[in-house]
Design a binder for this molecule. Structure first.
Ligand code: HEM
Length: 421
């Protein structure tokens, strides 16, 4: 590991200086599927911070204490998620109207539409006593839904495997980031850049940026035309891009093209993989606890009556289901930790320092701007799934949680689905 003067000695963690090396956090101590549990036990043992070793020569610093995390989060890059200081504040203010309930309201029917496509697929897939791997289907569903909400783009990515190159690029990038984290040699920028995966990653980035740039340019040209502007104002719903393009601060300043692209990218990635994880683990929890599953189903049936779809007004009435969703998010947090790479050295409140280039994981996070959007999507997916299927776990294929960027399962999430009459 790069030296971390004053913070860590040997491979022990902070908080229990007497623990120097024995049982110290090392990736090799993690059994398959036991990563989440192990990380939690280390967090208890080292309440401030600890270096987690990968191989014998490299480590990332896992930060647990809020005072340390605060210092770490004072540093950043592009896009709301990784901005900091006044620029973060300005972007956050510009973006906040994009998550107002007036904007989110029409998204509910778009989410329901995407969920139904997924459930139709499951109906075709279920065979007697054979479980269905859900995670991949849910990921495509949330991607489909975010494409509609972000760009008004109806991609058909759930049914058409040859769909849009942008969808493919986003899907590829999500997978490649995950793969890079898991494969140690790829942590080195040079090795990664010259590897086939690294080249695929660059190409996917290029395609994704090309698409976003094109959409921004076209929409901007529209906005300069008064008639088109009126058309946008009369649209059934405003997508995220409309909101971003119209956003102005008190001095009338909007976002630059580069900032726009970074925000769209953040929205796309934060907005589909996180909810995919949340929904998949929620359905797994429902399968594990049939009594809660049934209580949620009854609540949903009572709210909907004869209706087959969910509307905005229903969401606030799903009291018991909301409690179950929150419990599932607590048990299986879609974003278990966040990481930062230090672009300059930092000094903590107690005088300890870290050099530039240190890779950190912090358990304390910013407030998610998309949490209402996410909650709506989780509720819609839960309601429509429980109306159509009874869920139970596949004892032969229990999921193995792996907290990477997003909490996934290394072997997917397999559930038995029984179509309800
Ligand atoms: C269950 C779903 C979700 C979870 C668990 C989640 C979790 C988080 C977390 C932990 C952060 C803080 C990250 C940090 O401090 O580095 C965050 C930030 C953020 N999230 Fe979410 N998120 C979810 C859904 C969404 C959705 C659906 C969107 C957009 C549509 C979104 C957009 C963002 C953005 C833009 C930020 C940066 C906010 C800022 O820095 O001010 N998230 N999210």
């Amino acid at each position: 590991m790069r030296t971390v003067p004053g913070l860590c000695s040997g491979s022990g963690g902070l908080g229990h200086p007497e623990d120097s090396t024995a049982g110290s956090p090392h990736s090799s101590l993690i059994s398959q599927g036991g990563e989440l549990k192990k990380s939690l036990s280390w967090a208890k043992k080292y309440p401030y911070a600890y270096p987690r070793w990968i191989g014998g020569f490299m480590a990332t610093l896992v930060v647990n204490h809020p005072d340390y995390a605060k210092t770490v989060f004072g540093h950043g890059g592009k896009g709301l998620l990784i901005l900091h200081g006044p620029q973060w504040f300005q972007h956050r203010r510009l973006l906040t109207p994009g998550f107002h309930y007036d904007v989110l309201k029409p998204y509910v029917s778009l989410m329901a539409e995407s969920t139904k496509v997924m459930l139709d697929k499951w109906e075709r897939l279920i065979t007697m006593d054979k479980s269905v791997e859900l995670f991949e289907h849910v990921s495509l569903m949330t991607l489909d839904s975010i494409m509609k909400c972000a760009f008004s783009c109806h991609s058909n990515c759930q049914t058409d495997s040859d769909s849009d190159y942008y969808v493919k690029a986003v899907y590829d990038l999500t997978y490649l980031v995950f793969h890079r984290i898991r494969f140690l040699p790829f942590h080195n920028d040079f090795i990664y850049r010259i590897s086939p995966q690294g080249r695929r990653f660059q190409e996917a980035c290029r395609l994704a940026h090309q698409h976003t740039d094109k959409v921004i340019k076209e929409r901007k040209t529209f906005l300069q035309d008064q008639q088109e502007l009126e058309k946008i104002q009369k649209k059934k719903y405003l997508d995220f891009l409309d909101i971003l393009l119209c956003a102005k601060d008190e001095n009338g300043a909007g976002l630059s093209d580069e900032d726009l692209r970074a925000e769209v990218d953040t929205f796309m990635f934060e907005g589909h993989d996180t909810t995919a994880s949340g929904i998949s683990w929620l359905l797994y929890c429902m399968a594990l606890y049939p009594e809660h599953q049934q209580r949620c189903r009854e609540e949903i049936k009572e709210i909907l009556g004869d209706r087959e779809t969910v509307q905005w007004d229903d969401l606030g009435k799903m009291t018991y289901s909301t409690m179950c969703i929150k419990e599932s998010l607590r048990l299986y947090p879609p974003v278990p930790s966040v990481s930062r790479l230090l672009s300059k050295p930092i000094t903590f409140h107690d005088g300890r320092t870290l050099p530039e280039g240190t890779q950190l994981y912090g358990k304390i996070q910013r407030n998610c701007i998309g949490k209402q959007f996410a909650m709506n999507e989780l509720k819609v997916a839960l309601a429509l799934t429980l109306l159509r299927f009874e869920l139970s776990p596949d004892p032969a294929k229990p999921p193995k949680a792996i907290p990477q960027v997003i909490l996934k399962s290394s072997n997917g999430i397999h559930l038995l689905l029984r179509k309800l009459p």
